[in-house]
Each structure stands twice: as structure tokens, then as C-alpha cells.
Design a protein around this ligand. Structure first.
Ligand SMILES: [Ca+2]
Length: 464
């Protein structure tokens, strides 16, 4: 376990790295979908129409063991900081609309570090979900140079409202746009690429709101799946609409002649929701079983990453920042203590050395009794603890402690805890240390309801 990062050290290290940056920096497009299942793509299930996602995977590496947090906000917090969000109170659950919690201002974010590495254009196009009650929490106060989309999760796909107020913004001012939410985001990305001028690389972060609820899509898109139950049909139509946009983004890159020099990373922000398909994994969104955290993922960069290969080597959302900085020629300095590591050598197929043993801590908590979930993956081993707060006693009578071997048991059916008591004890100790990184405060357990009578700001536009 590494010590909490010091923002000042990080800032200095990234600024210092600028001078040594390689000249050929790729354009970077980071696409995150919302609640798409592990098998909700054509290349895993021919019944799902995603020809462009299939093409993306074929043009690069399919990542079969890529992990996210089990719900929306923590994945976003981790990918933008390279840190376990537990360190700053954002790993337990999602950020609710009335939450006063946001990304701490003193953390160096991915767009800030890319800015220091020479990326002048840093676009945030989509769902933010990392604080909306104060202007200081908004994306352009965390390193993005342009913002478009909603601050909250779960807006209406047609009228763009949440809790009765329109939540759509351009450069952090309310805008009224006509169109289906997902299409508007794709349109904006295409416009950015078409209008991009010169040889400067750009960074686009495209966190789609779909296929998260509310389940809404134009009827003509649902029609393709009319043989399925209505909710599943709508969910898949929402994924197919993302895919249409992906196709238009590919065309824009081709028009500009920059396909080969563009790194596209794609993954779902958590496992598929109850409308998704996570087979062959157990569980879904909100669970620390593999179906909640092992997500659909791929990376493509024709100039550097081989096409059509599969990477089973594990990685996760906290690796995104060091990976993209590595691609930008600004690898994290040895003094920088991020929790993640660069996956680029694994993706390009040129690892300099044996990668370090994989370790991933996950955390989720609901308001139900015994609602704290913690898990630790070490290589193929996974310890899962469900129960009362671990800091009240890791071995509490009502705590369920399970040990699985993912290499032999991807479906997490065979509990091996009784056969490996020493391993269980050692992994439990690590879970306790992880949870101590922030024992108190932060985002409360799921679901923290809006207080009685609470109303959002008009147009979700924070006053200050
Ligand atoms: Ca999600």
C-alpha cells in the first residue's frame, strides 16, 4: 500500500516531465459507457448490434480482465486521479445530486497533468458526476478546457432534466439543446475533431450517460430488438446509439487523417446493471463479484498497439491516468505515488519487465444492515468480505468471508476460505489497512436520499 499522494509533488513531477516529452504525442479519446454489461457487445454476443465497437476491438487489444468500481462516481474519480478514491472519500457509493462532496481541489487530475505535458485542448464531453453544488467542483476547475453535457447522472435523454431542472451545460453555463442526449455528445466530439487545427494533440474524455436509466430511446432504434422484453430492448438500443456515434467519430478521425495517431480507450464504468448481461461473470452493478467490477474494455492505437490481440493481464480504472500519461510521453515520475501503474507496455506487447503482481481493492456500502462490501484481488485470488464495518472487527460473527480462485473459478462459485486460512488472514489484514485510508466521512452509503424539500439550483447552475 502506497502512502497518500502529495499534490505538490505530483504537480512538480509532471511539469518536470514536460521537457522530456516525446514529440509524437497521440490524440487521446477516453470513452466510458455507463452500466454496459461484460457481454453487451456484438463481439461477445451476436445479438447485440455494435459494429463499430467490434471494429474498435479488432483494431486494437481486447482487455478481458479490466476492472472498474462497482458504481458510477468512484470509477470516474479514480480514472481522473490515478488514486483509490477512498483516499478522498469518493469510493463508497455514488455522488448523489444533493451531495456537497466533490473531487478535492488540491489533487492533480489527468487533464491537468496532460496540460502540463503539452495537451492544450482537453475536452470533457458527457456525464460528470463528481460534484455539482459548487462551481469549484465542476470539470473546468479540474483541468478541462471545454465542457459539454450534464453534471448529474440519470438525466432524461430527451428533455435533459433531472429532478425537474434541465441539466445540460456548455463551458459550465446552462444550454438548451434539442436532441437525444447520446447523439448530442457524439455530435460534439465529431465537431471537435472536424474543427481541430494543426498538429497539436487533443484529449477528449467522453463519459456517456447511456445505457444508464432512465431507459429511453427512439422507437425506431428499439424496433431492432423488438423480439426481447421491452426494458432489455431499450437498453440494447441505447448501446447501439452509442455505437452509431462511435462510427461517426471514426469517420471524423479518417477525414482528418489521424486514425493511426489516436489512442482510443473504451470501457464501461461498472458491470452491467440488471438490464445488462455480464455472462459468464457472477453478479452485476453494485456487487463486488466479477460481474459488478470486471468490465467490457478495449484499447486501440494503430501506430503503437497491435491489432486483434487479447490481453488477459489485469488492469483497472486507477491505471488509466498513468497509462495515458505514459502514452503522452509524460510517464509518472518515480516520486509520484499514484496507486495505478501504466498498462501501456502490456497493451503494446513490449513489457520491459515482468509486471508487478496485480492487486485491486474494491469497496461499496449500502444503508442495509451488514451492507459494507470489501474485496481484494491478488493475482488470481479474490477475498470478498460482506458485513458490518470491517473497522469494527474484521471477523465479526455476521461477516461473510469468501475466498475464490478466479483462474479456476471465473463464476465465483467455490469458496476456498476454509482451505486457505493463512491467505484469508493476510488478505483481511490488507482490507483493514485499505479501509483505514479514510475511516470517516466522504460520500455516505447508498442510497442517501434527497432531504425533504430539497431542490436543485435552477438549471443545475451552482451559484458559487
Ligand atoms: Ca454506471
Amino acid at each position: 500500500m502506497k502512502a497518500p499522494a502529495l499534490a505538490t509533488v505530483i504537480a512538480c513531477a509532471f511539469l518536470c516531465a514536460t521537457a522530456a516529452a516525446e514529440p509524437a504525442q497521440p490524440n487521446i479519446i477516453l470513452i466510458v459507457t455507463d452500466d454496459q454489461g461484460y457481454a453487451d457487445a456484438g463481439f461477445r454476443n451476436p445479438g447485440v448490434h455494435t459494429p463499430n465497437l467490434d471494429k474498435l476491438v479488432a483494431s486494437g487489444v481486447e482487455l478481458t480482465r479490466f476492472y472498474a468500481a462497482p458504481v458510477c462516481s468512484p470509477t470516474r474519480a479514480g480514472l481522473l486521479t490515478g488514486l483509490y478514491p477512498v483516499r478522498f472519500g469518493m469510493q463508497r457509493a455514488v455522488n448523489r445530486p444533493h451531495s456537497e462532496v466533490g473531487l478535492p481541489e488540491d489533487l492533480v487530475t489527468l487533464p491537468e497533468a496532460l496540460g502540463a505535458a503539452g495537451y492544450r485542448e482537453r475536452h470533457m464531453i458527457g456525464k460528470w458526476h463528481l460534484g455539482n453544488m459548487r462551481r469549484a467542483q465542476l470539470p473546468m476547475n479540474h483541468g478541462f478546457t471545454h465542457q459539454y453535457g450534464p453534471y448529474c447522472s440519470g438525466i432524461d435523454y430527451f428533455d435533459h432534466t433531472r429532478l425537474g431542472e434541465r441539466d445540460f451545460h456548455r463551458n459550465q453555463r446552462p444550454v438548451r439543446e434539442d436532441g437525444y442526449y447520446t447523439d448530442l455528445l457524439s455530435d460534439e466530439v465529431v465537431r471537435i475533431i472536424d474543427e481541430h487545427d494543426g498538429d497539436d494533440p487533443f484529449f477528449i474524455y467522453l463519459p456517456h450517460g447511456a445505457p444508464h436509466t432512465p431507459l429511453q430511446a427512439p422507437e425506431e432504434e428499439i424496433e431492432r430488438y423488438s423480439h426481447l422484453p421491452r426494458q432489455r430492448a431499450t437498453f440494447l438500443a441505447m448501446i447501439t446509439i452509442i455505437d452509431h456515434g462511435l462510427g461517426r467519430i471514426f469517420e471524423a478521425l479518417e477525414r482528418k487523417g489521424i486514425t493511426d495517431d489516436t489512442l482510443i480507450v473504451f470501457f464501461s464504468d461498472n458491470g452491467g446493471s440488471r438490464f445488462g448481461d455480464n455472462s459468464p461473470l457472477r453478479g452485476a452493478k453494485g456487487s463486488l463479484h466479477e460481474g459488478g467490477i470486471r468490465v467490457l474494455a478495449a484499447a486501440s492505437w494503430p501506430a503503437r498497439i497491435p491489432a486483434g490481440e487479447v490481453r488477459e493481464i489485469p488492469g483497472s480504472y486507477i491505471d488509466i491516468m498513468p497509462t495515458l500519461l505514459d502514452a503522452a510521453g509524460a510517464p509518472a515520475d518515480a516520486d509520484v505515488q499514484l496507486d495505478g501503474r501504466s498498462l501501456l507496455p502490456d497493451w503494446t506487447g513490449r513489457p520491459a519487465s515482468e509486471p508487478p503482481a496485480f492487486e485491486l481493492f474494491s469497496f461499496y456500502q449500502t444503508r442495509r444492515p451488514n451492507g459494507e462490501s470489501l474485496s481484494l484481488i491478488e493475482g488470481d485470488w479474490k477475498l470478498h468480505r460482506q458485513g458490518p464495518p470491517i473497522l469494527d472487527g474484521p471477523r465479526a460473527d455476521n461477516a461473510e468471508i469468501r475466498l475464490y480462485h478466479l483462474g479456476r473459478d471465473i463464476g465465483e462459485e467455490n469458496d476456498l476460505a476454509n482451505e486457505h486460512p493463512d491467505r484469508v488472514e493476510a488478505m483481511l489484514d490488507k482490507l483493514v489497512d485499505f479501509r483505514k485510508l479514510r475511516p470517516y466521512g466522504g460520500v455516505p452509503p447508498m442510497i442517501d436520499p434527497e432531504p425533504d424539500g430539497w431542490k436543485p439550483f435552477p438549471n443545475w447552475d451552482p451559484v458559487e
